[in-house]
Design a protein around this ligand. Structure first.
Ligand SMILES: [Zn+2]
Length: 56
């Protein structure tokens, strides 16, 4: 569990992240160059980050 931010709260049920814009962040999987790549995307502003905790 190294690298887990203090801000990442786990234990409130489902994994849910919110973008600063108020939109809900969804995990997306993209198959590219023979590999699965995962990224997080805000539904509202379409901002993408590598992981949900990068939205700040
Ligand atoms: Zn957003």
């Amino acid at each position: 569990m190294a690298g887990v931010s203090k801000n990442a709260r786990i234990g409130s049920g489902t994994h849910k992240f919110l973008c600063p814009c108020g939109g809900e962040i969804k995990m997306k999987s993209v198959f590219a160059k023979g590999r699965m790549k995962h990224h997080a995307e805000c539904e509202k502003c379409k901002r993408t980050e590598r992981r949900p905790s990068d939205f700040k």
